[in-house]
Design a protein around this ligand. Structure first.
Ligand code: CP
Ligand code: NVA
Length: 337
């Protein structure tokens, strides 16, 4: 099938067919190689892209900015206090305005409803840079990294996600693994389980793609024999600090430590979307260590994070190549690519 994503938005993984996701991953590989070999061609000269950040970001913002720069495009940043959106002007009105000035809009915020409204009113591609529900651009980077590190196609990959299964990362992983035909195992406590409608949608897709989905409360069982062990922070952006105490109790059995990596087996590598609480070099990490005595890391131990099995910085770098692929595929004409 010829894939043409010109003009398309990426609000959630389900917006794209498996072959469209694979096309983006292949394009990201090509763009990564071209950048490394100093033969990248600029396909987005003259384009302008709005980046709206209701929530903070390092990787996503850096990836959009550097990708745009590499491709000859310009960006304008609207940081959490830098625009009228939401407080003085509706999302719909903002979308109408930005859609007349920009060629595309990236949005990071709380509400999936807001990004859907942006896309409905902007008439330019809108990219989801993270909402509470989905983190689709992260999925592109995670699959590029897993394909690269294992040499396997997505439908041969087997991986586990351990931790909070209610939030964006676990939700996005189960749907993406289903679309791409992977073997995914989700491990977390009943109290933080994957929403039923997300699991149901993923299982329906898996029946068509051959993906395998396992949900368990047993982390050691989930990771046995996998290629990759993923986790995410235990308290996500926008959640109150007060939940830390209960979250630590609920999620300690799912912490990625040396024992869990041993249970996974020799082949398994460690992945994390970042930022991670693995040492005392962050305010929150130090604060929690002060209260709990957990000095060696929260969702992942410092030992695992810094080990040779950890490929988190390759994963972070791949945000750049995959976000670039998304912008090139949706903004450059098909004849330019
Ligand atoms: N993984 C990720 O989205 O990182 P940032 O929050 O730094 O953008
Ligand atoms: N679940 C995390 C992901 C950060 C990239 C959050 O939403 O804060």
């Amino acid at each position: 099938m010829d894939v043409d994503l010109t003009g398309r938005s990426f609000l959630k993984e389900l917006d794209f067919l498996p072959e469209e996701l694979t096309y983006l991953l292949d394009l990201a590989d090509e763009l990564k190689a071209a950048r490394r070999e100093a033969r990248e061609e600029q396909l987005l000269t003259g384009r302008v892209i709005a980046l709206i950040f209701e929530k903070t970001s390092t990787r996503t913002r850096a990836a959009f900015e550097v990708a745009a720069h590499d491709q000859g495009a310009h960006v304008t940043n609207f940081d959490p206090s830098g625009s009228q959106i939401g407080h003085k002007e509706s999302v719909a009105d903002t979308a109408e305005v930005l859609g007349r000035m920009f060629d595309a809009i990236q949005f990071r915020g709380t509400s999936q409803g807001d990004i859907e409204r942006l896309a409905n009113h902007a008439e330019v591609p809108v990219y989801n840079g993270l909402t509470d529900d989905w983190h689709p651009t992260q999925m592109l980077a995670d699959f590029q990294t897993m394909r690269e590190a294992s040499g396997k196609e997505a439908n041969d990959l087997s991986y586990a996600f351990c931790g909070d299964l209610r939030f964006n990362m676990a939700r996005s992983h189960v749907v993406t693994a289903a679309l791409l035909g992977s073997d995914i195992r989700l491990a977390g406590p009943e109290s933080l389980s994957i929403p039923g409608e997300v699991l149901e949608a993923a299982r329906e897709i898996a029946a068509l793609t051959g993906a395998s989905i396992t949900v368990t409360d047993d982390a050691a069982e989930a990771v046995t024999g996998v290629d990759f062990v993923h986790t995410d922070v235990w308290v996500s952006m926008g959640e109150p600090r007060e939940v830390w105490a209960s979250r630590i109790k609920e999620l300690m059995p799912y912490r990625v430590d040396e024992k869990l990596m041993s249970a996974a087996g020799k082949r398994a590598r460690f992945m994390h979307c970042l930022p991670a609480y693995h040492d005392l070099e962050t305010q929150i990490g130090a604060d929690i260590a002060g209260h709990t005595g957990l000095t060696g890391g929260l969702e992942v131990t410092d030992g695992v994070f810094r080990s040779e099995r950890s490929i988190v910085f390759d994963q972070a770098e791949n945000r750049l190549h995959t976000i670039k692929a998304l912008m090139v595929a949706t903004l450059a004409g098909p004849d330019d690519r």
